[in-house]
Design a protein. Structure first.
Ligand SMILES: Nc1nc2c(c(=O)[nH]1)N(C=O)[C@@H](CNc1ccc(C(=O)N[C@@H](CCC(=O)O)C(=O)O)cc1)CN2
Ligand SMILES: Nc1nc2c(ncn2[C@@H]2O[C@H](COP(=O)(O)OP(=O)(O)OP(=O)(O)O)[C@@H](O)[C@H]2O)c(=O)[nH]1
Ligand SMILES: [K+]
Length: 441
C-alpha cells in the first residue's frame, strides 16, 4: 500500500491548516523533515520544527497515530501548521518528493473502509456530515455515522440468513416435506422482513429532500401575494438566506431554512413577472413548469371565493402540494374555512404553514421512530433489489417451487443487503461512492 498525503482543511488562508499522511512510510518520511528526533508516542501532540533540504518550512504540531489505531487503520501522521497556502504546498511537495502520492478524493475514508474501521453507510455519512445544509440533515448523517443504519441492515441480514439456513437444511432431504408449522413460521419471518424493508424504503423521499433540499415553487394568479409570502418565509430565518447563482443553469436560486428543511426557491424570480401563465398557456403548461418542484405552494386570496383553477389543477403525484389562502387579515371566505390561511403582511398563520409543510414533507409519522435516519439513492436501489428477491421467493414458495429455487432468490436478497453496508460491492461502485468526497477526506 502506498503512502498518501493531502491537506485535510479547506484551501485558502486560515489560522491553521492540517495535513494528513497515511500509509507505511508516513513515519519515516516525517522523520527526515524533523529538526530533531521525537519520541513518537501515539496520539500525543508534539511541537516540532520542520525542514526540507535546508529550507525551514514551519513550526507545527504533529500527531502520530500508530497502525491499526488510526482513522484509516494505517500509520497516520497529522501536521497542524500555520494556515498559509504556501506552507501547505511546500509540506505536501516535501512528502511527494519522498515518495508519497497525493490522495484521491475520499481516499482516506476509503482506506478506513477497506481496513474495517467503518462500513459503507458510515463512510458515506462522513461526506453527508460535511455536506449537511440543515440541522435535520446533520442529525440524520450523524446517526448513520454512529452506525444506526448499519445496525439495522446487519440485523435484517442476520434474520434473513437464519431463514435461508433453516430452509436449506431441508434441501438435503428432498423426500421430507417442510413441516406446516415451520412453513408458517418462515412465511411470517419473511413478511416481517418485507415490512421492515418497506419502512426503510419509505424514508427515501425524505432522504432526497434532506440531502438535496426541497425544490419549492410558489405559484398562483397575479397579485395574490406570492412575492410577499416568499419574503415572509425568508424572514423566518434570515441569517441563512443566500442568493446562490445556479451552477448548472443561469437561474438564481434562493435557499431558506424551514422547520429543518432547506427550501430551494428556484426560478421564482424569473417567473414572478409573468405570472399570468395560467391564463396564457393553460393548465398543461403549468403542470409541466412545476414538474421539477418537490413542494408547491399554490397561493390564493383568503377573502375571495375559491378560484375555479384550484379545482381544475390536479396535484401531481409525489409532490407536496399546499393551497395557501393569503391576505387573511382582510377576511376569510367560507370556502377556505378548512385551508391554511396566512397573511404575508402580518405574519399571521405562517407558523401553521411551516408546521404543515414539515408534516407533509416528513410524511406524517413515518420518521418518528428512526429520527432523521433516511436512506440515499444507492441504498434505495439495493433495498428494492432485496425486496424483489423476497417477493420472488414468496411467489416461488407459494407455487411450490423447489427449495433450491426459493433459496436462490433469498440469497439474492442477502447479497443486496450486504452491498448496502459494503459487503461484496464491486470496486467501481466503491470508487464511485468515494470519488464524490472532497479532497483530504
Ligand atoms: N485530528 C483529527 N481530527 C478529526 C479526525 C481526524 O482524522 N483527525 N476525524 C476524521 O474523520 C474525525 C474524528 N474521527 C476519528 C475516528 C477515528 C480515529 C481513530 O484514530 N481511531 C482509532 C483509535 C481509536 C482510539 O484510540 O480510541 C481506531 O479506531 O482504532 C480518529 C479520528 C474528526 N476529527
Ligand atoms: N392585506 C394584505 N395584502 C397583501 C398580503 N400579501 C400581499 N399583499 C399585497 O398584495 C399585493 C401583491 O403582492 P405581491 O406579493 O407582489 O403579489 P404577487 O402574487 O407576487 O404579485 P405578481 O408578481 O403581480 O404576480 C401587494 O400590494 C402586497 O402588499 C397580505 O397578506 N395581506
Ligand atoms: K410581485
Amino acid at each position: 500500500m502506498d503512502t498518501i498525503i493531502a491537506p485535510a482543511t479547506a484551501p485558502g488562508k486560515a489560522a491553521l491548516a492540517v495535513i494528513r499522511v497515511s500509509g507505511p512510510a508516513a513515519q519515516p518520511m516525517t522523520q527526515t523533515l524533523l529538526e530533531r528526533p521525537i519520541p513518537w508516542i501515539p496520539q500525543r501532540a508534539t511541537l516540532v520544527r520542520l525542514w526540507d533540504r535546508g529550507e525551514f518550512l514551519d513550526q507545527a504540531v504533529l500527531v502520530y497515530w500508530k497502525k491499526p489505531h488510526s482513522f484509516t487503520g494505517e500509520d497516520v501522521v497529522e501536521i497542524s501548521c500555520h494556515g498559509s497556502p504556501y506552507i501547505v504546498q511546500k509540506m505536501v511537495a516535501a512528502y511527494i518528493a519522498r515518495g508519497a502520492r497525493f490522495a484521491l478524493p475520499g481516499e482516506f475514508t476509503q482506506r478506513a473502509f477497506l481496513h474495517g474501521k467503518l462500513d459503507l453507510t458510515q463512510a458515506e455519512a462522513i461526506h453527508e456530515i460535511i455536506q449537511a445544509q440543515t440541522p435535520a440533515a446533520l442529525e440524520g448523517a450523524l446517526g448513520i455515522h454512529q452506525g444506526k443504519l448499519r445496525n439495522k441492515i446487519v440485523q435484517l441480514r442476520e434474520r434473513l440468513l437464519g431463514i435461508v439456513a433453516h430452509l436449506e437444511a431441508y434441501v438435503d432431504f428432498p423426500d421430507e416435506d417442510v413441516p406446516p408449522l415451520v412453513q408458517k413460521e418462515l412465511e411470517e419471518a419473511l413478511d416481517c422482513l418485507e415490512q421492515e424493508l418497506e419502512a426503510l424504503l419509505r424514508t427515501a423521499p425524505v432522504g432526497k429532500i434532506l440531502r438535496e433540499g426541497v425544490v419549492t415553487a410558489i405559484v398562483g394568479a397575479p397579485n395574490v401575494g406570492k412575492s410577499s409570502l416568499f419574503n415572509a418565509l425568508l424572514r423566518e430565518d434570515r441569517a441563512i438566506v443566500s442568493p446562490i447563482p445556479g451552477t448548472t443553469r443561469d437561474t438564481i436560486e434562493t435557499e431558506c431554512q424551514l422547520g429543518g428543511f432547506c427550501l430551494r426557491l428556484v426560478d421564482t424570480a424569473g417567473r414572478r413577472k409573468t405570472d399570468d401563465w395560467i391564463e396564457q398557456e393553460g393548465v398543461r403548461r403549468a403542470e409541466a413548469a412545476l414538474a421539477q418542484a418537490d413542494l408547491v405552494l399554490y397561493v390564493i386570496v383568503a377573502p375571495e371565493p375559491e378560484p375555479e383553477e384550484v379545482r381544475r389543477l390536479l396535484p401531481p403525484p409525489g409532490k407536496v402540494w399546499l393551497v395557501v389562502a393569503n391576505k387573511c387579515d382582510l377576511g376569510i371566505h367560507p370556502d377556505h374555512r378548512d385551508r391554511i390561511c396566512v397573511s404575508a403582511l402580518t405574519g399571521q398563520g405562517l407558523d401553521r404553514l411551516q408546521e404543515e409543510i414539515v408534516r407533509q414533507l416528513t410524511g406524517g409519522l413515518a420518521l418518528a421512530k428512526e429520527g432523521w435516519i433516511t436512506i440515499n439513492p444507492r441504498h434505495e436501489g439495493l433495498l428494492r433489489r432485496a425486496q424483489e428477491g423476497l417477493q420472488r421467493a414468496r411467489t416461488a414458495w407459494q407455487e411450490g417451487a423447489s427449495l433450491e429455487l426459493v433459496s436462490v432468490d433469498l440469497r439474492e436478497s442477502l447479497q443486496a443487503l450486504g452491498e448496502v453496508i459494503g459487503l461484496g460491492c464491486r470496486e467501481e461502485i466503491l470508487d464511485e461512492v468515494f470519488r464524490r468526497f472532497c479532497i483530504g477526506k
